[in-house]
Write a protein that binds this ligand. Structure first.
Ligand code: HEC
Ligand code: CU
Length: 313
């Protein structure tokens, strides 16, 4: 009867599928059975005990204890079975295994932002390795959203000020659609994220070079994104105001004096060195507090930062 399941449900692609589909089909077939069984009984009774003549008097029946027990206890047993089966699947779906990789998913009008263990962030595109347990910690920045992956048979609300979780192990490489299933305003139906289930090699490439967005975005835009997302913005302003670090406005091609008294022209090499080994030259008048970004930024992101700073006149 697989054709019936395939007709009702999208193809399954996570380790939760077996349990969820089993219970779903059990309830569906149970409903089909009782639809015909009860319907049949009604037709039988209507025919069997119909009034045959105008003079016939209907006998006065109050109840039948045996029958009442049968139609109470059998449904109770069936409902208990459904409850236990469902509860088992529920617990399994919400309690992630300890070795699950943890990704933070934040819903906001009207995108999903994902943050990986190494600090990488992506918008709307979530990359996960195939056959490895992944735990999503969901939250929201504004209103309630809901993260629904039909092919994984999973759905969980993202609630502002709270963390909810769901986890899965994707069983085949490919792209899966994610829907927001809590009405969240004008852009609700455009709040479409995708899960890229990567082979181990694809996932390595993603971690090293970034997703599609990082690989294709114009360098200047990428630079601004890094400034915003990787913490540069907390110390470096773009408008000339002095923060914990010097503002980036107009520094391109200027000559800066280091704490050691040496003079340095702000060019691509200087910026690259400032990012990877910030203590090599400490700008005069500032504390040596900038953390190194060695290993935290991709080559293309460093190029992006250089282009971005170049433009800030
Ligand atoms: C905790 C604060 C802090 C963060 C975060 C930070 N910086 Fe810095 N940065 C500084 C300080 C302080 C200086 C000046 C002292 C020095 O050169 O080490 C500086 C200097 C620089 C300079 C040289 C500026 C000049 O005027 O000569 C560059 C370029 C730079 N940072 C880039 C970055 C980039 C890119 C990021 C993010 C990926 C970043 N910084 C994150 C504090 C920070
Ligand atoms: Cu939403």
């Amino acid at each position: 009867m697989n054709w019936f399941r395939d007709f009702l449900l999208p193809p399954g692609a996570s380790t939760h599928v077996g349990e969820m589909d089993g219970l779903f089909m059990f309830i569906t077939w149970l409903t089909v059975f009782f639809f015909f069984f009860n319907g049949g009984l009604i037709f039988y009774a209507v025919r069997r005990w119909r009034r045959r003549s105008a003079k016939e008097v209907t006998p006065h029946i109050t109840h039948d204890t045996r029958l009442e027990l049968v139609w109470s206890l059998i449904p109770l047993a069936v409902v208990m079975l459904i409850f236990l089966w469902g509860f088992k699947g529920y617990v399994k779906a919400w309690v992630a295994p300890n070795d699950a990789m943890e990704i933070l998913a934040t819903g906001k009008k009207w995108v999903w932002e994902f943050e990986y263990p190494d600090g990488t962030r992506t918008l709307n595109d979530l990359h996960v390795p195939v056959n490895r347990p992944v735990k999503l910690v969901l939250t929201s920045e504004d209103v309630i959203h809901s993260f629904f992956i039909p092919e994984f048979r999973l759905k969980r609300d993202a609630i502002p000020g709270r963390y909810t979780e769901l986890w899965f192990t994707a069983t085949e490489p490919g792209i899966k659609q994610v829907y927001c299933t809590e009405y969240c305003g004008k852009g609700h139906s455009d709040m479409l994220a995708r899960i890229f289930v990567d082979t181990p090699e694809q996932y390595e490439t993603f971690l090293r070079e970034g997703d599609e967005q990082v690989r294709k975005m114009p360098l200047k835009e990428l630079g601004r994104l890094v400034w915003e997302n990787k913490g540069c913005a907390t110390c470096h302003s773009l408008d000339g105001t002095r923060g914990q670090g010097p503002s980036w406005k107009g520094i391109w091609n200027q000559t800066h004096r280091g704490a050691d008294g040496g003079e340095h022209r702000v060019n691509a090499d200087y910026i690259r060195q400032s990012i990877l080994t910030p203590q090599a030259v400490v700008v005069q008048g500032f504390e040596p507090i900038m953390p190194t970004y060695q290993g935290l930024l991709r080559e293309r992101e460093i190029l992006g930062l250089i282009e971005f700073i170049k433009e800030l006149q």
